[in-house]
Design a protein around this ligand. Structure first.
Ligand code: ATP
Ligand code: MG
Ligand code: MG
Ligand code: MG
Length: 468
């Protein structure tokens, strides 16, 4: 059984042999791209090559790209702990053609790698194409996929976009059927969102560019952008449908079990999974220069960290845990990503500090949340005022509270939360107006309002921390 590190190498070597330049992963924070919070796919670092704005001395490239999907168009934060196939941080393996080869080569490249090089059983695979894409349909037939296993899909699932703007195009996806003992329906069916049919590879035919005003233009050249989740193909090659069953995740889950003294595979397994996942995203984000803060990228990091800490709490951890797991991650991934090893001391310190500080309010906040839940009438949502108090006084990001409630099938009254937030803003605004600093305050609140309460939490959270 190949390890994830071996699968990564096999992929890159395969495309290198086909004339692709092996290019390093770009950092998780996109350079010069304010439209995107974090790099969420392999194509991001090549965006300007697809649009023709930039040229390099290669026309084919292959990468293993660090990706974070915890906000924006692609957000999998709420999937972690609930599906077998989603992470907040994952590696996307890709091959790219910049005006070089197109559909005729890209499909056989993918099919040969999956079925020959990786030796995956063809009879378990199916593919999807964009409903009008007869060309892709015919190419799949030609490589040997039976017609009834090529599904035409009309939804956005088969039209790939990085975000609201940028290069995009119709795509084709390869799925693996893990068998009917696992819940889920074939692509395009209402039950699709289970883990039976798992999408392993997405091949995008880059031929359009989307603009902010909603218009789209045809690109001058036709290009290829593909993405395959390393953890998903790795799971498959290790005989599982579950990414968390791979060698790398097992190692991290064991580390979490050792640090907390809780059975890795018993009924608390889900908490270990979330911790393992969040350990990766937080560590890689810190290694790429993101620090926990109260707005923007730093707040996404803080939210992920605090969510992980709640799960450690549920494992009964009395002392900070996350920082003790970093060395396990470095053991697994430090060779492929030297920046991780380099940043290890900083990652450990940052995690420890954040965990020590949040610990002071986490226990009390969770106690308050439990009391609130106990007092809830059957089927009622948690009142917005309670969620706001948790946020404002105890430093609970809204999504942490939602995560805690979801386990119990409960939700938050979001309108109530927003209105509690607005009330507090109005009060603060009134207080500032009387302080002679009105001009500054107006600018400050304009920023807060333009960015929206869920994005911009700086002012309020600072107040909250001052109180605890
Ligand atoms: P899904 O439908 O399963 O959520 P997707 O269509 O959103 O996947 P793409 O945007 O097509 O995914 O990304 C390309 C590939 O990256 C996917 O085929 C999958 O193998 C992998 N991938 C996507 N999201 C994740 C994730 N959150 N965790 C791990 N791997 C992922
Ligand atoms: Mg997705
Ligand atoms: Mg999909
Ligand atoms: Mg896809």
């Amino acid at each position: 059984m190949p390890s994830l590190n071996e699968v990564r190498s096999t992929f890159l070597n395969y495309f290198e042999k086909q004339g692709h330049e092996v290019v390093s992963s770009s950092p998780l924070v996109p350079r010069n791209d304010p439209t995107l919070m974090f790099v969420n796919s392999g194509m991001v670092q090549f965006k300007n090559l697809f649009t023709g704005v930039e040229h390099r001395d290669y026309k084919r490239a292959t990468t293993a790209q660090k990706c974070v999907r915890a906000g924006g168009k692609h957000n999998d934060l709420d999937n972690v702990g609930y599906t077998a196939r989603h992470h907040t941080f994952f590696e996307m393996l890709g091959n790219f053609s910049f005006g070089d080869y197109f559909k005729n080569e890209a499909i056989p490249f993918a099919w040969n790698l999956v079925t020959k090089e990786f030796g995956i059983d063809k009879s378990k695979l199916l593919t999807t194409v964009y409903h009008t894409d007869d060309e892709a349909f015919e190419i799949w037939k030609k490589v040997g996929v039976p017609e009834d296993r090529i599904i035409r899909i009309a939804t956005s699932d088969n039209f790939w976009q990085m975000g609201p703007t940028g290069p995009c195009g119709p795509c084709t996806e390869i799925f693996y059927d893990h068998g009917d003992h696992i819940w889920g329906g074939p692509p395009g069916s209402p039950e699709e969102d289970g883990d039976r049919f798992i999408e392993i590879w997405n091949v995008v035919f880059m031929q359009n560019e989307q603009f902010e005003d909603g218009s789209m233009r045809a690109l001058d050249m036709q290009s290829i952008d593909t993405g395959m989740g390393l953890e998903r193909i790795g799971a498959l090659l290790q005989g599982s449908h579950d990414n968390y069953d791979t060698d790398l995740f097992k190692y991290l889950i064991e580390a979490s079990a050792n640090a907390t003294n809780v059975d890795p595979y018993g009924d608390k397994n889900v908490h270990h999974r979330v911790i393992a996942d969040h350990l990766r995203s937080t560590s890689f984000l810190i290694a790429d220069g993101v620090m926990p803060s109260n707005d923007g990228r730093g707040y996404v990091l803080r939210r992920i960290m605090r969510r992980a800490m709640r799960h450690a709490h549920l494992l009964g951890a009395k002392d900070p845990v996350m920082h003790r797991l970093v060395s396990a991650l470095v053991t697994q991934m430090g060779a492929a990503y030297p920046e991780l090893r380099q940043a290890q001391p900083m990652i450990e310190e940052t995690l420890k500090l954040e965990e020590t500080r949040f610990k002071q309010t986490l226990d009390r906040g969770l106690k308050l949340l439990d009391d609130e839940i106990d007092g809830l009438p059957e089927g009622a949502a948690l009142p917005g005022a309670a969620a706001f108090k948790l946020y404002d006084t105890f430093g609970f990001p809204l999504d942490l509270t939602q995560d805690a409630l979801r386990e119990k099938g409960l939700s938050v009254d979001i309108d109530g939360f927003d209105s509690a937030m607005n009330d507090q803003k109005a009060k603060a605004r009134a207080a500032w107006a009387g302080s002679g600093e009105a001009a500054d305050a107006t600018i400050w609140f304009d920023i807060a309002e333009n960015k929206g309460v869920t994005d911009f939490l700086g002012y309020d959270t600072e107040v909250a921390e001052g109180q605890v």
